[in-house]
Design a protein. Sequence first.
Length: 376
Amino acid sequence: MVPSKVVCGVLLSAVIGCGRIAFDTTGWGGGRGGDGDGGGGDAIDPMSTPYNFVFVTSTNAQLADLGGLVGADTVCNTLAHAAGLPGTYVAWMSDAATTATVRLGGARGWIRRDGKPVVDTTTDLVAGKLLYPILLTETGTAMSGQFGIITATMGDGSHGQDCAGFTSALSSSLMMTGIASQTFTTWTENQPGGCDQSLPMYCFGIDKTAPLTYTPAVGRRAFVTAAIWLPSGGPAGADTTCQAAADAQSLGGTWRALLSTSTATAAGRFSASGAPWVRLDGVPLASTPDVLLTGGTLDAPLNVTETMQYRGSNPAQTGATSTTALGQLTSTCQDWTTSAAGNNQRIGLLNSITLYFSTPIFQNCGAGAELYCLEP
C-alpha cells in the first residue's frame, strides 16, 4: 500500500511523492525540471556532489580497438576528467573473468550530469529500478533516439557477448548492446550487434558510497497497471480497471486510461492545464503536461505500477500512432470492446521515453496488455 504521509528526501527504496515539481535531486537546485534537451551540465557543482556520476561516452569505439576492460576504463576516465568530472570511472562492461557489477565494487548513488538521479545500488541497477535513463554524455548532452550502447553485459550484470574477448571486428561476431533512452534491463541488454559497429559506452563513477536521496515531485499521478487488461466495455471499461487498481492500493483520486479510439484521441481525455504527471515513485514524466499529451520525448518512462513494480519492455495498450491521433477500429480492439481473436491493438513500450505510446507493432487483442492510468 502506498502511504498517505510522505517524508521528503527519502531513500530510493522508500520513495513516494512530495516536494517540488523542480525535482531538486541534490540540494543545489540541480536539474532543470526536465526540458528534455539534456542540457544543464553546469547546473550542479561536480566537485561538491556526494554522489557518483554515470554517463554515456560522447565518443564511439569498437570493442576490438579498446584493449579490453582496461582500455575501456581509460576512455571513461579521459572523457570524464576533460569534462570536469572528478573521481575514478569504470566502463559498464564485462569479460569472461569479471562482471560489470563486480567492477562497480562498493560504490552506490549515481546521478547524471544534470543532477537527475539514476539509481542507488547495484542491486537496484540489475533489478531495473532506474529512475531516469542514463542518456546524457559526460558534458550533459542527450543522446537522441534509440541509440545503441556497447555493454557486453546482460540485464543481471553478468557477462554477455563480447566480440570474442574484445578481439573481433567482424560483423559476424557479436556484442551485447543496450539502449540509452530506456530503463529496466534493456538499458544494458537489448540485442546483440555486429562487432564491426562503433558505438558509445556507459561509464560509472566508483569512489562514493552515499545512499542516493532525492525530493520526490508532486503533481498529477500516473502509473501502469500491474495486471493486463483484456479489452471490454470500451474506454469506460479501461477507466474502471484503472480506478480499481488505484483503489486497491488506497491511492485515492480519480483515474482514467490513456487510450485512443476511432472517435477520440488519447490526449483529448485529459486536461493540458493541470500539473505535470508524476510516477508513484515521485519521478516527473516531463516538465509540462503538453510533452506527454503531444507525444513528445519524456524525461522518464511511465513504467512503475500501482504496486511499485518497475516494468521492462512490456506492451501498453494505446490504439493510435500518437496521443493526438485517432485510432481505428482495427487498432483499438473495436474501440476496446472485444478481446476476440482476429482483432488487433496498437501498443507502446513501458520502459521507453520515446516509444511509450506508439510502436509499429500490433498485438492480438486476446493477449491483452497493461494500461497507462493517469489522474485527469
